[in-house]
Design a protein around this ligand. Structure first.
Ligand code: GLV
Length: 394
């Protein structure tokens, strides 16, 4: 077997091991997938500034995200149906995150519940909230997150209505999968997945099932989001949710400087510059393309996090150089899980860390905290001006 050296290797193996309908759920964007593609492609338009003859000993890639120590500037992103990439996926990923000293964010649309994850981990995790029409249910989710010891709430603002992902509709995505001949074949050809799934009872949306009222078909994502999610979500909801939660709040899905300014007014602790991995508004700009203008608009007033298109340690560094405090990785860890379970999440981390660390050294830096625009040669074709004072390698 060829060695696993990059995130693309994990993706290739996950594609072989995970039933197609679940692999495709992770590997999809909405409509033409142009924003999904741009999230990754636009990183290539940022060029690094190489420096030489600089002492590279004693490097540090550790930092903080909303005051929490992280061994690498990443958090595991909230991802729906993580427990369908591998049995008990959320528990495995949260345990890996704890071992790696990075935050794990549990999605509302997870397979394992808040309680399942809390029972199997010690480090506090973050909980991602969707705002439903049923506000009692929203409050009960927040209560459950608080009881579980979650240390931050990540409120998603860009999914009041689900973007259409053609692959999911073509595949007939449900959790658990329906036992049609097509799905049975996909499972029959995924023996590693089936063997692990046979050992768990956690196969449906356990944050919702038995907790929310009036969902007619919980297995089908598009129908229950349409029924349950609140299309009237507004900035005043953000305010009451902040008050009700009472802890650190991170607003996810900000892609516009004007919205970033609105986010400041809510008193949130951080924003995530994000287009939901290209899964919502197809045709929106890539996250990395808008990061600089959002940093310029609000970077001195709120901590800025980033997600969308991170496939290497270099991508994390580029986002960091453009002003993000940290980045969320979603698909990379899902591919790790699908390929090798918990070990695959560790593998993903090792790949990203090695890439980030070597890149930092070759840019002439020893501490990730010192990296900034001065480490970039050009951004989207525009050369970064470097005054003599910016030189750290002289
Ligand atoms: C849920 O967050 C999704 O993008 O499917």
């Amino acid at each position: 077997m060829s060695p696993v050296l990059e995130i693309a290797d994990l993706k290739r193996i996950a594609r072989r091991r995970v039933p197609k309908l679940f692999f495709d759920y992770a590997d999809s964007g909405s409509w033409t997938e142009s924003t999904y593609a741009a999230n990754e492609a636009d990183f290539r338009d940022i060029k690094l500034r190489q420096r030489v003859a600089v002492d590279m000993t004693n490097r540090s890639v550790a930092t903080k995200m909303i005051g929490r120590d992280v061994s690498l500037p990443i958090a595991l992103a909230p991802t729906g149906l993580c427990g369908m990439q591998r049995a008990d996926g959320e528990i495995l990923a949260a345990q890996a995150a704890e071992e790696l000293v990075i935050p794990f964010t549990l999605s509302t649309m997870s397979i394992c519940s808040i309680e399942d994850v809390a029972e199997h981990t010690k480090a506090p995790f973050w909980f991602q909230l969707y705002v439903m029409r049923d506000k009692d249910f929203v409050r009960s989710l927040i209560d459950r997150a608080r009881t579980a010891g979650c240390s931050a709430l990540v409120l998603t603002l860009d999914l009041q209505i689900l973007g259409q992902r053609h692959k999911d509709l073509r595949n007939g995505l449900t959790a658990p999968p329906r036992l049609t001949p097509k799905h049975l074949w996909q499972m029959a050809t995924s023996p590693v997945w089936v063997a692990a799934m046979a050992k768990t009872q956690r196969r449906t949306f356990r944050n919702i099932v038995g907790h929310a009222k009036g969902v007619s078909d919980m297995s089908a994502l598009h129908s229950w989001t349409a029924e349950q999610f609140d299309p009237q979500l507004s900035w005043s909801d953000v305010e009451w949710i902040k008050d009700y939660w009472g802890g650190p709040l991170i607003l996810k899905g900000i892609l516009d400087p004007e919205d970033a300014r609105m986010a400041i007014n809510t008193g949130a602790d951080a924003i995530i510059v994000s287009n939901h991995g290209g899964r919502q508004l197809d045709g929106a700009a890539s996250s990395i393309r808008v990061l600089p203008e959002i940093v310029e608009a609000v970077g001195d007033k709120i901590e800025i996090h980033f997600d969308g298109g991170i496939r290497s340690g270099q991508d994390i560094l580029k986002a960091k150089c453009l002003g993000a405090k940290g980045a969320y990785v979603g698909r990379p860890y899902l591919y790790g899980l699908g390929a090798f379970g918990k070990d695959g999440v560790h593998k993903m981390y090792d790949i990203l860390k090695t890439e980030l660390d070597i890149t930092m050294a070759l840019c002439g830096e020893r501490d990730i905290e010192n990296m900034g625009r001065h480490n970039l040669y050009s951004v989207f074709g525009e050369k970064v001006e470097h005054g003599p004072a910016a030189s750290s390698a002289a």
